[in-house]
Ligand binder design. Structure first.
Ligand code: DQA
Length: 152
């Protein structure tokens, strides 16, 4: 699913990875009751309030996420990424974020550090400017706030 809006400070790419299309119905005790549409609406509203446009993409396919990051290079001004389980497995996403040369914020709805050991390591954290975990879906708005502060 992709949605795009337009505004003056440039575009933020809002990327959600595997299984996040199931938000609201998937393990609600961990991820809450808001849907992916709710998340994209809230994040887009925060981006637009700060004068950015938002381009939202969710995919269950690693290659589609890679393609979106490649396309952001030169067309977007910042990236917000919740890579879901690919966070813990994907050197390719890490390399793509480096290649994009854009400020990037890694978001996790749950506090991954309170969960299973395998969720404690992220391939993305070291190449992202900021990491927000455990703030629920408000983490996406916090990510927009951060990009609002650091981008022209
Ligand atoms: C998640 C945490 C990941 O470990 C998990 O695989 C997800 C969601 C989060 O937002 O808390 O799919 O990224």
């Amino acid at each position: 699913m992709t949605s795009t809006t337009s505004a003056g400070r440039g575009a933020l790419l809002i990327l959600n990875g595997p299984n996040l299309n199931l938000l609201g119905t998937r393990e609600p005790a961990i991820y809450g009751s808001a849907s992916l549409s709710d998340v994209e609406r809230l994040t887009t509203a925060a981006a637009e309030a700060a004068g950015f446009s938002a381009s939202c993409l969710q995919s269950n396919h690693e290659g589609a996420l890679l393609d979106a990051i490649h396309a952001a290079r030169g067309t977007a001004v910042g990236i917000i990424i919740n890579a879901g389980a690919y966070t813990h497995t994907s050197v390719a996403l890490r390399d793509a974020l480096v290649a994009a040369e854009l400020p990037a914020v890694e978001v996790h709805i749950s506090n991954v550090h309170q969960r299973e050991e395998f969720r404690h390591h992220s391939y993305l954290s070291a190449v992202c400017n900021a990491v927000i975990v455990g703030a629920g879906i408000h983490g996406y708005e916090l990510a927009v706030n951060y990009l609002d502060k650091v981008l022209p």
